[in-house]
Structure formats: C-alpha cells, structure tokens
Design a protein around this ligand. Structure first.
Ligand code: SF4
Length: 253
C-alpha cells in the first residue's frame, strides 16, 4: 500500500519491500520496526512475522517480504508526486535479490511523472550493484549517515551512477565536520524524535548547514526531535531550511 507521508521532505511512501535488520546505531529506535509490529497487530499480513520482541520493544528479526503486488501501484497515480521508496525496509538489504531491485527500478523508470527518493544504509551493496542498475533521472539516491563512523557510505554513493545523490544525516548522533560534498546534490539533517530519543547538539547541525552553504549544496533541516518534536520544532537560528535539489521538479513539496 502507498500512503501520504508526514515526513517533511516527501509526499508519499511506497513499500515494495517490508522488513529489515538493525545495521548501525542509527537504527536503534527505528520507527519502521515499531510500526511494523503495530500493523501486524492490526491484521496487515504484509508485516506478519517480521519482528520479535526484544528488551526495548519490537526489533526486526531479519525476515524480508517482497510485495510484488505493490510494484504496479505508482502507475495508478497519474499526478506526479515525490515518493519515498521503502520507508519500511532498506531496498539494498542483502536479502532483497538484485532481480527484484531491478523490477523496482523498472517501475520507477516507467512512471516518470513521479520523483523517487531511496535511502539506504547498505551503501557498500549499493555500489556493488551499481553496474546492474540503469539509473533513471527521476530517482534520487541517498545514504543515511548518523555519525562520523559511517561517512564511508558517502564515498560508496558518490561512485554510483545515480543522477541525483543525497545524504540523510539523521538521526544525527555526533559531529560531521569536514564532509566531502563533492558530487552530492542535497543534504537533510535532523535530530532523533520519539521515546528514548538521543539528543542532538545544535552545533553539529550548524556545522552541516555551513558546509552546505559554503559548498553550494542544498540543505534541508527536518527537525530538532526529542520526545515531543512539535515542541522543539525545526527553526535553526531563527529560520527554516527547506531547500531541495536544484534539479527538483514541480512535484517538490
Ligand atoms: S536500515 Fe532503516 S529500516 Fe532498516 S533498521 Fe535501520 S533505520 Fe530501520
């Protein structure tokens, strides 16, 4: 099923895959694994058996479900929109076969009215499969980097043929100074929100903003986060940052 999204930088979500595995500290409070458990309890078979109960609540158990029926969904939306692909998984998870990833790309290539945003933490696999992917212009490819320990994901992304490349620096868990932004079109930053959220230092965000401004890279500040994200809001030094890649189409939210 595809749904309208409350995520600030997209309009809809589309999930041809469900399920994942925690891979790095940015996954600890993964919203998708909690939501998957709730959707299973509500009787949605797509999310059945994808999580187990750990000490802190629902945790992915590593099972992946390929939802072939959803592959045709974007073709049913005639008006163009910005679509976040796989908010409930990671398209480049090791258990998603290349052949299936290529079918997801076929759908995106055939529905040029939409702009697709893909995010992965499996950047090494992304680069490994790059030669087998025919990159359409309406696909923006991003990697998530939560702290300096994972900045190598940016290098993997840079070496792919994706036409638009972006970084999601959230949940931001540490400083990210001296980022190599060559070849990067867009940067999103944000603090973690929800129960058990880890705090973000405003100077980490300021540093990223300043690096983007200096490098001419568009910048989007999503939120400060915390237990009540509405209260903390998304003003950074008195203003919002809602930029999108310079090549963004009229579908930008
Ligand atoms: S990679 Fe994404 S979907 Fe998978 S556990 Fe981490 S945050 Fe959740």
């Amino acid at each position: 099923m595809a749904t309208n999204s409350t995520i600030e930088w997209t309009q809809s979500t589309w999930n041809p895959v469900a399920g994942c595995t925690v891979v790095s500290p940015g996954c600890v409070n993964c919203y998708a694994m909690r939501l998957s458990r709730r959707l299973e309890a509500m009787g949605q078979s797509k999310y059945e058996g994808l999580t187990r109960i750990g000490r802190g609540g629902a945790v992915w158990n590593g099972r992946i479900r390929l939802d072939e029926e959803s592959l045709s969904l974007p073709a049913k939306w005639s008006s163009g929109r910005m679509i976040f692909v796989n908010s409930m998984s990671d398209l480049f998870h090791q258990s998603v076969p290349l052949e299936y990833i290529q079918r997801v790309f076929d759908t995106m290539r055939r529905t040029r009215q939409h702009t697709y945003q893909i995010l992965t933490k499996r950047a090494a696999r992304l680069e490994q499969l790059d030669d087998a992917i025919d990159w359409p212009a309406n696909v923006w490819m991003g990697v998530s980097v939560e702290s300096s320990d994972y900045r190598s994901r940016i290098d993997h992304l840079r070496r792919t043929g994706a036409k638009i490349k972006f970084l999601s620096l959230e949940p931001l868990l540490g400083p990210l100074d001296r980022l190599e932004l060559n070849g990067i079109d867009w940067v999103i930053a944000g603090g973690e929100s929800g129960p058990g959220s880890r705090p973000v230092d405003p100077d980490w965000v300021r540093s990223i903003r300043d690096q983007c401004v200096t490098s001419g890279v568009t910048f989007h500040f999503k939120q400060w986060g915390g237990p009540n994200k509405k209260k903390t809001g998304r003003l950074l030094d008195g203003r919002t940052w809602d930029q999108f890649p310079l090549t963004a189409t009229a579908t930008s939210p």
